[in-house]
Write a protein that binds this ligand. Sequence first.
Ligand code: ZN
Ligand code: ZN
Length: 266
Amino acid sequence: MRVIEHPSALLSPKSFVLGGDDLFGFAPSSGYQELIVEHPDASMRLDTMPLDHLMAVLKLYRDRLSHLAAKPHINHVQITRNVGKAAGALYEHPHAQVLAMPVTSRWVEEEVTAAQRYTGAKGSCLFCDVIEAELVDRERLVSYNPAFVAFAPYASKTPFETWILPRHHSSGFTHIASNALPLLANLLQTVIRALNAALNDPPYNFVLHTLAHPNSDSYHWHIEILPRLTTQAGFDWGNGFYVNPTPPEDATRFLREALALAEVVL
Ligand SMILES: [Zn+2]
Ligand SMILES: [Zn+2]
């Protein structure tokens, strides 16, 4: 494994000073952008890596995020994996992108706001409550183990969208204990295998949503896996709604069937 500066980095570690005026503001593209080359074998995939190697990859994600989050002015860190051209992958070689920025992410910010509102009203964590409900209901439950759960979110943005979350409350991926990594690696492989089997190796985006400075009772880190099976059109852009023709309950059924068949073949 290697960590290198992203060859076509959009961000660089320059000082972050807002410029312009009330009408036309601007900010420098300040931050850090790294590429993790995950395996020497170019044909290796996340679901085919030996489990102990994937654990080392996840540990490297954690360590790079901790290192970058500690730098001055960093307010957002993320890991993304783009797999397949339709998902924006630049390389076929297994890789992940690490990002650290002074500005927060629009999507994480939106989740943080909704989660804080929920905690304010109910006193509990929105994500913990959803996890508990999904484990009881099971209709959208793809797989789980003692430390992590994978389900298709109730309001999935894309067909077969799948989230992986820690079952115990934690607002930061960087707080993950080393002894939890095998369970995360295992569930991640199960989910990707199910998607590959059900959808014939679809292009997908993997996004880690976490706080850079975890200290929240209401935010809960998670991985979103978003297969790229549909394109967003004017309706989506015009309304801010996602058109998803596959209900998450149907997607879950397909994924569980794919997993059961894979076990029979094995
Ligand atoms: Zn929680
Ligand atoms: Zn999220």
